[in-house]
Design a protein around this ligand. Structure first.
Ligand SMILES: *[C@@H]1O[C@H](CO)[C@@H](O)[C@H](O)[C@H]1NC(C)=O
Ligand SMILES: *[C@@H]1O[C@H](CO)[C@@H](O)[C@H](O)[C@H]1NC(C)=O
Ligand SMILES: *[C@@H]1O[C@H](CO)[C@@H](O)[C@H](O)[C@H]1NC(C)=O
Ligand SMILES: *[C@@H]1O[C@H](CO)[C@@H](O)[C@H](O)[C@H]1NC(C)=O
Ligand SMILES: *[C@@H]1O[C@H](CO)[C@@H](O)[C@H](O)[C@H]1NC(C)=O
Ligand SMILES: *[C@@H]1O[C@H](CO)[C@@H](O)[C@H](O)[C@H]1NC(C)=O
Ligand SMILES: *[C@@H]1O[C@H](CO)[C@@H](O)[C@H](O)[C@H]1NC(C)=O
Ligand SMILES: *[C@@H]1O[C@H](CO)[C@@H](O)[C@H](O)[C@H]1NC(C)=O
Length: 596
């Protein structure tokens, strides 16, 4: 035990050194091209089929800031399984692999079409036309229930759920069901293997999904907050019927499923027996992406909102982004040539962080604003398509000019931030531990920067005070807290607050500090200056495990190295100075009382 501890400590100490030297090296590269290469390395496309590092952190932060916000306010990315996987890649087990990849890459909502075969009285994943395809082609390899059925879809989900059932990765998911029915003419030459799945009850199958929510799961009438759902109830997956195309004379009886499956309020012709029991009706909107428009205002309501595209009019980056900014979870309903092409959308799928943020490297994007617009020819979203552009001014290293333009070519915001930060030296740039709100979303930047900020009344979360005075992050926090009443630097907890803060940006306030930082632990973003990373133990443990597993011999060697270095201090890094400064500032705030 003792030895293990020493080795762990050694690891963590050495580890930190390596990270720091790697970061310092990054900072020395003064070439935006190379900076960009690093961003590309961290793109979702490059990480496929796993979640990219940036997105893992971004999605986790977004989940954590929303912990006290209703589940209905979540904005997640989604796909329709039939159009994105089954139609293009086959109704067979290879599509199930694609399904697992999508979940791993952070897709959280899925539309699943289910077909009730009135003859065999069982649920199939295949539509009638595809089932009948077997008739014309003897080599037909699709729709075989023996390897592609609702049970195998459920198993794929369970595999993913089990592997992400931990504090770091747990998150909410939505399984949106569209129910259809068909009958096969008698004497059709189709094997029983594609006509009969033996799945006769929807709720029997769906309720096998682990961590599944049901209409009876919650004590409260309204949907719980995200934090309550994930940690108190330890539930994750909402099964919701969003379309019911079963004819009234169908031999399938939905009534027994009412206690397991939610029914979307958008379902037309809700069968009369279901109308009488409203407990499982979920307030839900499903909107065509071109109908979404929140340029005037964005008003919070209690419904869960989804948007979708079509094969004829697929999402563009701009409409996808627009959907997210307006609080609608986009569901991609058009096919890709290669499923990896969805990465481009996934990289812009958080309402909170800007694309590729927070940077896993020492790059401070605010110092190189056009990094974010030069995203061409690399399979990455070209942010020019989002109608938000940043342009650098060549005038001064610390002052930069940012233009944010809209469709009409009119400049919404244009200003120069050249008030000359005090001792902004090169090596704080990697200290991207504080978040600013920009039109593209949050960007991680150096806490020493001087930027305007917004204070929020803790007793009335819709009461904001915009301060144009440019301050460092620490000073902004201190100044908010010293306001009359109970104020703090504003945190952004959902897409509605984000919208509201963005609408307060004027020509003189280009960015706002928001109360989100990773000062206590790298890559662990929390709300508030005094908040510690809730996963400290998990993260250290993970880092240890990740490092130790490849070779424990290596660990021993390093331990011996440490012994050899005993008495000889490990090199102190440039960042120490800044950490000390930040800490001093933090401590000063605690004892100083109110400043000027
Ligand atoms: C959520 O609410 C709890 C209790 O009110 C509070 O302690 C916590 O800081 C809040 N978390 C966030 C991220 O707002
Ligand atoms: C469903 O598919 C799985 C393989 O994915 C298979 O093991 C199982 O037997 C199938 N179920 C039926 C009823 O054919
Ligand atoms: C059905 O298929 C079998 C073999 O695949 C064939 O021998 C038979 O003639 C077919 N029957 C009809 C009615 O098409
Ligand atoms: C369905 O169940 C019956 C008996 O219960 C079995 O004979 C048949 O093979 C099963 N079908 C499939 C597709 O698994
Ligand atoms: C339901 O009614 C339609 C027409 O009214 C008919 O074509 C169909 O076969 C019926 N389905 C069942 C399962 O009885
Ligand atoms: C962006 O692209 C322009 C034109 O290709 C180039 O001049 C500029 O250096 C690039 N900036 C960055 C940060 O890559
Ligand atoms: C925006 O500017 C470009 C070039 O400057 C021009 O071609 C385009 O027509 C303008 N669009 C609008 C809506 O004014
Ligand atoms: C909260 O603040 C907003 C904006 O200042 C104000 O309109 C509203 O009346 C306040 N609500 C309460 C309960 O004080």
């Amino acid at each position: 035990m003792f030895w293990t501890k020493i080795i762990v400590t050694t690891w963590l100490v050495l580890c930190e050194c390596w990270t720091v030297s790697a970061v310092s090296a990054d900072v020395d590269i003064d070439n935006s091209y190379q900076y960009w290469e690093i961003a590309v390395e961290n793109s979702q496309r490059n990480s496929w089929p796993y979640l990219s590092k940036n997105r893992a952190v971004a999605i986790r932060t977004q989940r954590d800031v929303s912990t006290n916000v209703t589940v209905a306010d979540n904005v997640v990315s989604g796909v329709s399984l039939s159009t994105v996987l089954f139609e293009p890649f086959g109704y067979n087990s290879s599509s199930l692999q694609g399904f697992s990849q999508l979940m791993d890459a952070g897709v959280q909502s899925f539309i699943l079409d289910l077909y009730y075969n009135e003859n065999s009285q069982s649920w199939l994943l295949c539509p009638k036309s595809t089932v009948l395809g077997e008739q014309s082609s003897p080599a037909f390899s699709e729709c075989q229930n023996s390897d592609f059925n609702l049970t195998s879809v459920v198993s794929s989900m369970n595999k993913f759920i089990d592997s992400t059932d931990n504090e770091l990765s747990i998150n909410v998911m939505f399984l949106l069901l569209r129910l259809h029915s068909f009958s096969i003419p008698p004497r059709t030459n189709v094997s029983d293997n594609s006509l009969n799945s033996n799945i006769t009850s929807l709720s029997d199958s769906i309720s096998r999904i682990r961590r599944i929510v049901s209409p009876f799961s919650f004590a409260e009438y309204n949907l719980p907050t995200l934090g309550t759902l994930l940690s108190k109830y330890t539930l994750r997956v909402f099964p919701i019927i969003v379309e019911n195309n079963l004819p009234s004379n169908s031999s399938y009886n939905l009534l027994p499923d009412a206690s397991t499956l939610y029914l979307s309020s958008s379902v037309k012709n809700i069968n009369t027996y279901l109308q009488t029991t409203s407990f499982n009706i979920l307030d839900l909107q499903l909107k065509y992406h071109r109908q979404i428009n929140c340029t005037e205002s964005l008003v919070e309501d209690s419904s869960i909102k989804f948007s979708y595209d079509t094969e004829e009019s697929p999402f563009t980056l701009n409409s996808y982004w627009n959907s997210i900014k307006c609080g609608y979870s986009p569901i991609i309903n058009h096919a890709f040539k290669n499923i990896i092409d969805i990465s481009t959308f996934l990289d812009i799928s958080t309402w909170s962080w800007a694309p590729f943020q927070p940077t896993a490297t020492g790059i401070d994007v605010l110092s190189y604003p056009d990094l974010l617009t030069n995203l061409t020819n690399r399979g990455l979203p070209n942010l020019k398509d989002l109608n938000v552009t940043f342009t650098t001014s060549s005038s001064d290293q610390d002052g930069y000019n940012v233009t944010l333009s809209d469709n009409q070519n009119s400049s919404l915001v244009s200003t120069t931030n050249s008030d000359g930060d005090d001792d902004q030296d090169q090596d704080d740039e990697y200290l991207n531990r504080c978040a600013v709100l920009t039109r593209l979303g949050w960007i991680a930047t150096s806490c020493d920067r001087k930027i305007g900020y917004v204070c929020q009344n803790l007793r009335n979360s819709s009461d904001f005070i915009v301060v144009d005075d440019k301050k460092t992050y620490m000073n902004a926090v201190r100044d908010c807290q010293s306001l009359d009443g109970k104020y703090d630097l504003a945190a952004v907890r959902n897409v509605y607050e984000q919208y509201k803060l963005l609408s307060m940006m004027t020509n003189s306030t280009l960015y706002f500090w928001i109360n989100i930082n990773s000062l206590s632990t790298e890559n662990c973003w929390v709300v508030g200056l005094e908040t510690d990373c809730p996963y400290q133990a998990v993260i250290s443990h993970r880092i240890f495990i990740q490092l130790i597993t490849p070779s424990s011999i290596m660990a021993l060697l390093l331990f011996l190295l440490l012994v050899a270095l005993q008495g000889q201090r490990l090199p102190v890094h440039k960042n120490r100075k800044h950490w000390k400064k930040l800490l001093n500032e933090k401590l000063k705030n605690e004892y100083d009382g109110i400043a000027s």
